[in-house]
Design a protein around this ligand. Structure first.
Ligand code: ADP
Ligand code: MG
Length: 353
C-alpha cells in the first residue's frame, strides 16, 4: 500500500533537483529523472541589459559575440559570481521544466553546491532559486549528492570518498554517517586544464588558441595513458608574430605535458585530505577505494594515473556527468532518509517531509 502511495506521489511530483555546475546545469524532475542538461551560460545584450539566450544557444555564442553581446558564465568556481544572471538562468531552466511537466508550479527544490561554500554563498543560491519560482529550497554539498547518486551507502558507519572534478573546481570529500567528514574545494579542474593547454600551445608553437579549441583538443587528444600510437589533432590559432591564422599539430604527449603540473597539484590536495582523515575512516577508504566523478573522470587514463600515485583503488561510474543531479533527485524522492544530509538554513522554517 505504501509503495502505491509513493508511486502516486512521484507521478504528481512537484520536486526538482538541480546540479548548478560551473559548466553544465542539470535538472532532475521527481519521478521522471534528468529532464534538462544545458551549459551554464547566459548571453546578455549589454545595450539593453536583456538576456538574449541561455544554455546551449548562449554557449554557441561564447567567444563569438559582437561588441554589444556578452556571454557570461554566472558561476565561477562553483559559486554564484553574478547573482542576477544566475537567477535569470535558473528562471529560464525552470520555465523549460514547466513546459515538460505542466504540474510543476512552485516546486520544492534541492540544489547541489560545492563543498565548503560560505553562508553568504549558499544564501545567494537559496535566494536565486526562490526568486526563480521555487517554493522551498534545500541545499546539499555536491560530492555528497554525487555519492547518493551513485548509491554509495552514505548513511552507514563506513568511510567513503568522492573526487568530483568538474569545470571550475574539483571537490574532494570524505563521507560517513550521512555527512561530510572532511572536504576541500580545489580550483584545479577542466577549465584550468584548458588554460594550461592554451599556454602550452602558445609557448611551444607561438600561436594563440581559444578556450573552446583548447577544450576540444583536451577531449579529443587528452590521455594519461602510454598510447601505442600517438594521437595528433590539427589546431588552428592566431600566430603571435604575424597575427595570421596558422595550423599546428598537437599530440597527446603535448596535452600530457601541458596538464601535468596541475594534475600534480590536484594529487597533492588529495594526499593532504587523506592525511587528515581519521584512521578508522581511512582504513575503510583504502579498502573500498575512491569514487571519481565529474567531467574530469572522462579523461582517458586519469583514473589509472590517480590509482598508481595514491595506491588506492579508484572507481569511475557510468554517468560521471549526471550523478550529482541524480543524487539531488534521490534526496527528494527519499527526503526523510536524506534530510540530515542537507545544509542547514539558519533562518528557515522546518522543512516539510
Ligand atoms: P561542472 O559540474 O563544473 O559543471 P562537469 O562535471 O559537467 O562540470 O564537467 C565539465 C568539465 O568536464 C569540462 O571542463 C569539460 O571540458 C570536461 N569534460 C567533459 N567531457 C570530457 C571528456 N570526454 N574528456 C575530458 N574532459 C571532459
Ligand atoms: Mg559538478
Amino acid at each position: 500500500m505504501k509503495k502505491r502511495q509513493n508511486k502516486w506521489k512521484l507521478l504528481f511530483s512537484n520536486d526538482i533537483g538541480i546540479d548548478l555546475g560551473t559548466v553544465n546545469t542539470l535538472v532532475y524532475l521527481g519521478g521522471r529523472g534528468i529532464v534538462l542538461n544545458e551549459p551554464s551560460v547566459v548571453a546578455i545584450n549589454q545595450k539593453t541589459g536583456r538576456v538574449v539566450a541561455v544554455g546551449k544557444e548562449a554557449k554557441e555564442m561564447l567567444g563569438r559575440t559582437p561588441a554589444h553581446l556578452k556571454a557570461v558564465c554566472p558561476l565561477v568556481s562553483g559559486v554564484i559570481s553574478d547573482y542576477e544572471v544566475s537567477e535569470e538562468m535558473l528562471s529560464y531552466f525552470l520555465r523549460q521544466v514547466k513546459k515538460i511537466s505542466k504540474r510543476i508550479r512552485r516546486p520544492r527544490v534541492v540544489v547541489g553546491v560545492p563543498s565548503g561554500i560560505t553562508n553568504v554563498e549558499s544564501r545567494a543560491v537559496r535566494d536565486a532559486a526562490r526568486a526563480a519560482g521555487a517554493r522551498e529550497v534545500h541545499i546539499i554539498e555536491e560530492p555528497l549528492a554525487a555519492a547518493i547518486g551513485v548509491e554509495l551507502p552514505v548513511n552507514d558507519p563506513v568511510g567513503n570518498m568522492v573526487i568530483d572534478m568538474g569545470g571550475g573546481t574539483t571537490d574532494l570529500a570524505v563521507i560517513s554517517l550521512g555527512g561530510v567528514v572532511i572536504s576541500r574545494n580545489v580550483k584545479i579542474a577542466g577549465d584550468k586544464l584548458n588554460e594550461d593547454i592554451i599556454s602550452y600551445v602558445r609557448n611551444k608553437f607561438q600561436i594563440l588558441i581559444g578556450e573552446r579549441t583548447a577544450e576540444a583538443v583536451k577531449i579529443a587528444a587528452g590521455s594519461m595513458l602510454e598510447e601505442e600510437t600517438s594521437v595528433e589533432i590539427p589546431v588552428r590559432g592566431r600566430d603571435l608574430v604575424s597575427g595570421l591564422p596558422r595550423e599546428v599539430m598537437v599530440t597527446d604527449e603535448d596535452i600530457k605535458k601541458a596538464v601535468a603540473p596541475s594534475l600534480e597539484k590536484l594529487l597533492e590536495a588529495v594526499k593532504e585530505i587523506l592525511e587528515e582523515t581519521p584512521p578508522e575512516i581511512l582504513s575503510d577508504i583504502l579498502k573500498r577505494g575512491i569514487v571519481f566523478v565529474g567531467g574530469g573522470a572522462l579523461i582517458r587514463g586519469l583514473r589509472e594515473a590517480f590509482e598508481e600515485e595514491l595506491q588506492i583503488p579508484i572507481h569511475t561510474v557510468s554517468d560521471p556527468l549526471s550523478c550529482v543531479a541524480r543524487g539531488t533527485g534521490l534526496v527528494l524522492e527519499n527526503f526523510s532518509l536524506y534530510k540530515d544530509a542537507l545544509i542547514k538554513d539558519d533562518d528557515a522554517f522546518e522543512p516539510s517531509t
